[in-house]
Ligand binder design. Structure first.
Ligand code: SF4
Length: 338
């Protein structure tokens, strides 16, 4: 049995102070990933700092017309929030595509950002893993890599980020509000998660003594033309092989602005400005969508078991863009792939 201390944070400053004082302390909220990691002996925190009583459970409209989501808002509460459903339906849809109802009832918004890869070697302490133990090696590169990255991987790690919610937050250009010993700062969502490079042990650019306090959404929610398409091995409670979040701003049949972000393909949710530039001002048709998909996937690299994901991603991008253009988003409740 591995012992650890347990403390309850009184306020945000106390949580930061507790984090700063101990190098292997961890924050715990819903615990839907951290407890598993501890049970599997992947994480061995010396102290758990319970933040569940901090006042971070509000969803508030901002003066600028956006939305501020407290880090402790439960995934279910966010997915069913009426403002999210009406103005940011791609976020609601992505949340409902993730995990199970029971997990969504426990998991927090901030925790969703901090969850770790589901690479099976990472969870198996009998195998080496650069993310768990830097320099140990990456057995996934030459081994079972069906779920692994086709974009942005490195010689050290080809793990994927598991979140659905984060794919929608990338599309929406959310901001992550954090607090640390030096005060508060805001991180653009695209800069929050990292590519593995030669430091796969670091998933995010959050410092070890910082805490996520909120997510801020800008006003633009693409409520008329959006979709979240998730392809997985079974139609519930499974991580994405490939997922695509789309938001289109249409002027008749022409695309005024088009965005799309992918999940299940890289160490972070994946967006490509040059692929989105290929949509701008173009007719919303299959030829345009094919071209954008080809640009996004131009540097995709498959491994022994996951090369199929390159073609799957191409077809998912085209299908998701077409769904969004038709105003016929993927239903997460029908369990059918439209
Ligand atoms: Fe570890 Fe990353 Fe390799 Fe998986 S892909 S075994 S997480 S280094």
């Amino acid at each position: 049995m591995i012992g650890f201390k347990y403390v309850r944070a009184r306020d945000i400053a106390d949580a930061v102070r507790q984090l700063s004082g101990e190098s292997n302390a961890k924050l715990i909220a819903g615990g839907t990933n951290l407890i598993d990691l501890m049970k599997m002996d992947v994480e061995r925190p010396t102290k758990l700092i319970d933040i569940t009583r901090l006042p971070l459970t509000q969803v508030q409209e901002t003066q600028g017309g956006g939305l501020r989501i407290g880090a402790l808002v439960r995934n279910s509460d966010l997915g069913y929030h009426p403002v999210v459903e009406q103005r940011y339906p791609v976020l609601a849809s992505a949340i409902m595509a993730g995990a199970s109802q029971q997990l969504r009832n426990m998991a927090s918004t901030g925790g969703n950002l901090m969850q770790r890869t589901r690479c099976h070697y990472f969870y198996d302490t009998a195998t080496p893993c650069n993310k768990r133990e830097p320099g140990a090696g990456c057995p996934a590169i030459g081994g079972q890599n069906r779920m692994h990255a086709i974009l942005g991987g490195s010689d050290a790690c080809i793990a994927t980020h598991p979140s659905d919610m984060c794919v929608a937050l990338t599309l929406l250009e959310a901001k992550v509000c954090v607090s640390g010993p030096a005060g508060d700062r805001v991180i653009a969502f695209a800069d929050f998660h990292r590519l593995p490079g030669d430091m796969p042990q670091r998933d995010t650019n959050l410092e070890a003594d910082e805490i996520v306090t909120a997510i801020e959404l800008p006003p633009k929610g693409f409520a008329a033309n959006y979709t979240y398409l998730k392809i997985r091995d079974r139609l519930s409670y499974a991580f994405a092989l490939v997922s695509v979040a789309v938001g289109l701003d249409l002027d008749g049949d022409a695309i005024r602005e088009g965005r799309f972000a992918l999940g299940g393909v890289a160490h972070k949710p994946w967006r490509d400005p040059s692929a989105e530039a290929a949509l701008q001002g173009q007719p919303a048709n299959l030829e345009t969508f094919d071209r954008a998909a080809d640009i996004l996937l131009r540097d995709a690299k498959g491994y022994a078991c996951n090369s199929f994901k390159i073609d799957l991603a191409r077809r998912c991008i085209v299908r998701a863009l077409a769904q969004a253009a038709r105003g016929a988003p993927q239903s997460q409740s029908s369990k059918k792939i439209a």
